[in-house]
Design a protein around this ligand. Structure first.
Ligand SMILES: [Zn+2]
Length: 239
């Protein structure tokens, strides 16, 4: 014999399992969306980085020209105070060399500027392409988080209900219930309102079913096939 409160406890424990599964599913769904969002963000970021690297390269080339210009100015000043013709010629050669380098760098800059423009276009395109998708994903993630919160609150409630039921049942009986749970794969009380046992699946003959319903006492009656305690979800008209 088992007290009827244990049926209530079983229902709450089944509910708890259902809620745990639900939370797990929602969290998995959320993680998938986060991965999708990450991949979109990394696409945008990678386009941005490529652009920034090229811009940096452009800046280096421009700085190099500035440096070379300063160098030429210095050489021109030195030229004013040379002592001999040999030194004068050497300075002129250096000035020409620096001017050459400036010309070459300017050509390089033209190429890099074209690349920067292409990369900027690519970055803008990637942003435009993914921005709507990104916002949609963020919205979906937020909705999932809200749903998870709600289910977690429900779980809190069920957990405290389980505690409250348990606190009203003597330790010995809880222990017995746990033993039955092990024996019956978690389902100690089986509903028979469909005409068959929810636990073992056996369908009763109509004569047998009528007889079972007639004498049905939750916590006392057992399924003749599997031995689980049986009850009926529907309010049964006794014959
Ligand atoms: Zn059964």
């Amino acid at each position: 014999m088992l007290r009827e409160e244990l049926l209530e406890l079983q229902k709450k424990e089944v509910e708890l399992l259902r809620l745990n599964t639900k939370i797990k599913e929602l969290e998995e769904e959320k993680n998938e969306l986060i991965e999708e969002l990450d991949s979109i963000e990394s696409k945008i970021l990678s386009a941005k980085r490529k652009l920034e690297e090229k811009e940096e390269k452009l800046k280096e080339l421009k700085d190099f020209i500035e440096y070379k210009k300063e160098r030429i100015e210095e050489l021109k000043k030195q030229k004013e105070s040379v002592k001999n013709r040999e030194e004068f010629k050497k300075i002129l050669r250096l000035i020409a060399k620096n001017e050459d380098e400036i010309i070459k760098t300017k050509q390089q800059i033209t190429g890099v500027e074209t690349e920067v423009e292409a990369l900027r276009d690519a970055y803008e395109k990637v942003k435009a392409q993914f921005i709507a998708e990104k916002e949609k994903l963020e919205e979906e993630i937020k909705d999932l988080e809200k749903e998870i919160e709600i289910v977690k609150k429900k779980r809190e409630k069920v957990l405290s209900e389980i505690e409250s039921i348990k606190s009203q049942i003597p330790e010995e009986e809880l222990k017995k219930f746990e033993e039955y749970k092990n024996k019956f794969n978690g389902l100690v009380f089986a509903d028979i309102s469909s005409g068959s046992c929810e636990g073992c699946g056996m369908t009763y003959s109509s004569v047998e079913y009528r007889e079972i319903l007639k004498n049905l006492k939750p916590g006392e009656s057992k399924c003749p096939y599997c031995g689980r305690f049986i009850y009926s979800k529907k309010s049964v008209v006794k014959c």
